[in-house]
Write a protein that binds this ligand. Structure first.
Ligand code: PHB
Length: 356
């Protein structure tokens, strides 16, 4: 029997060469104006063997940034930078979606235009610290968004969706996970609004629905994926009833004929799961991408069980540009250099050895 990870997959009108998705990973190596560089293009070109690359999270507006040197997808310079990346990946026969991001309360005034206070659904300060250009600093209490401001952020997503199209991407992933702005609305630990954006699941999903409406004005639904994290506590997130609440969100997403549902299962960086993800997978009416701590063996097992259609690998792709060939041949894997995860130059970024 051949390997399922290495078999093709029909994602809407796109045929993926294999089922090994490259997960989005923040690397903090954007250039001036938060525009992608030639070095970034080399990094993605090296990894184009993935069935689909999902880029590092990319802010849809200057106000959406939350870390130093993350790329944007809102200015002409950024579009020109991303064009180098999409061209490089397509030259290698690969496919690439960009992840659309707005950090919200996971930011810091020193990173924001005019030293603005970070924004969120509610003025609830997350425990923990922000990565800033002058080291780690405590998160501040965010300012609750007005309804007019929520609507203008939706416009920023629409603009970014247009920019992603100009940049030559095959599609976009709406980042509704990991404690960033959309997730801050979805989960009730961070959303305590008493207007039409808070309280019921319907209200907490309103912002995401508006964002999807805007993005779907630009992109066909089969070129739009979504990432969710019912359980991830990263960025001080919590929810009082994740299974029921996310089953509601998924039922609503089923009306939209999206390209895929991409789940970071469990808590970021670990293999443990408190929730039963088969329930979410079965509730969604399209392809399901499982992510978080998968090995070749557990990925194959998950596909064989029907627990997922596609497996997203993060750290393994970071350290192994030719991960597909390594799985095919049974070769060992390079170890990631975690000291070079965030920021810096080519070392620990584009200098991981390939086979042969
Ligand atoms: C991070 O920078 O650590 C990070 C960014 C985006 C995510 C998760 C983690 O979705």
């Amino acid at each position: 029997m051949g390997s399922s990870l290495l078999s093709t997959f029909q994602l809407g009108d796109i045929e993926l060469r294999n089922r090994m998705i490259m997960a989005p990973m923040t690397r903090n190596r954007a250039g001036e104006g938060e525009a992608p560089t030639d070095l970034n293009a080399m990094y993605y070109r090296q990894r184009a063997g993935a069935g689909l690359i999902i880029t590092e999270a990319s802010q849809v507006a200057p106000e959406g940034i939350g870390y130093p040197a993350t790329p944007g997808i809102h200015s002409p310079e950024q579009v020109m930078g991303w064009q180098k990346i999409t061209r490089a990946v397509h030259e290698e026969g690969g496919r690439i979606f960009i992840q659309l991001w707005f950090c919200g309360r996971i930011s810091h005034p020193s990173l924001l235009p005019d030293n603005a206070t970070p924004v969120a659904p509610s003025a609830i300060r997350p425990a923990g610290q922000a990565f800033t250009t002058s080291g780690m600093q405590d998160f501040v209490t965010p300012r609750a968004l007005t309804i007019a401001e929520i609507n203008s952020i939706v416009d920023q997503y629409r603009h970014a969706a247009h920019m992603a199209s100009e940049a030559g991407f095959d599609g976009v992933e709406v980042h509704a996970a990991n404690g960033y702005l959309i997730d801050q609305f979805l989960r009730d630990g961070s959303n305590q609004r008493d207007d039409e954006y808070g309280g019921s699941v319907e209200n907490r999903m309103r912002f995401l629905n508006q964002v999807l409406d805007a993005v779907l004005e630009v992109w066909p639904s089969q070129r739009v994926g979504i990432r969710l994290t019912p359980e991830n506590s990263f960025n001080d997130m919590s929810d009082s009833n994740p299974t029921d609440h996310f089953l509601y969100f998924i039922a609503q997403l089923n009306n939209r004929n999206l390209a895929y549902l991409h789940m970071l299962e469990g808590d970021m960086g670990g293999a443990d799961r408190a929730l039963d993800y088969r329930v979410f997978r079965d509730a969604f009416n399209g392809p399901y991408i499982a992510n978080n701590g998968y090995t070749q063996e557990s990925g194959e097992q998950s596909l064989a069980n029907g627990d997922a259609d596609l497996i997203a690998y993060g750290i393994p792709y970071l350290a192994n540009p030719d991960l597909v060939e390594r799985f095919r041949s049974g070769a060992g894997l390079n170890e990631p250099n975690f000291d070079r995860l965030y920021g810096g130059g080519p070392d620990g970024y584009t200098d991981y050895p390939t086979l042969g």
